[in-house]
Design a protein around this ligand. Sequence first.
Ligand code: BTN
Length: 278
Amino acid sequence: MPPSERKAILSAPFSAALDITDVRARLSAKRLGTRFHYFAELDSTNTRARELAESGAAEGEIVIAESQTQGRGRLGRRWESPPLSNLYLSIVLRPGLPPKHAPQITLAAAVALVETVGSFLPRPPVIKWPNDILIDGKKLAGILTEAACDTECVQYVILGIGLNLNYRAETMPETLRQRATSMADRAGENLCRETVLVRLIHDLDRCYGELEESGFAALRPRWETHFGLRGRRVRVELGDQTIIGRAQGIDHEGALIVETDDEQRRSIIAGDVIPLET
Ligand code: BTN
């Protein structure tokens, strides 16, 4: 990256509020970012986006907040959402996909996120199926996709993204510091949140467009390239069942393939994956 461009991505005082006018002016995404709903604080951007979708918000509308009081992660977990340092956004999507393909939106978003983050850092992050973006085993970003479907079609999907951006380790709660990291900690300096946001929306727009036009097959090779657990021993929690084996990759629909110790090939549609040491 040339020094002039590098300077442009360094942050203004990082406690400044997001300049959404600047973001809008720099956006040339086709479908995402048609409208921004910006808040200093929300309970959860996903909750607000869902309310908007229920009252007719169009595809591409984005809810973004400087902080969340009840930021939500997968499996009922909490997403730490301190003010003015990270990105918390939820995008209303109205995809022309059958309901069984809706989870592929999470996988497409993971490709976009890893590509965005990787373009700012010396070392790219990896994907942990299905929705985590990690560096050195520490979480940098997460995706929470919530869909409203009827039997035949998807009414809307809320694509929620939390990205630890200028969230320095020394300001994280002790328990979080052990398992989370941020772009600034990895880059060694604060980054301009507007620049990262614009790039993220473009990458999401591109990957979502590829998914809709060509199906998941078009994105799968890139997802596989960024997959951080290939060949690793993992434990997969499936509610009342646990599987232990080696993660192999994903199938053409996005299910995780695990080869168990008794050489069975299991394909997992939903679950929590924990990497094991050996
Ligand atoms: C996870 O890793 O479990 C998913 C985390 C998703 C967090 C984001 S922050 C913006 C959006 N609003 C929420 O309440 N959650 C998502």
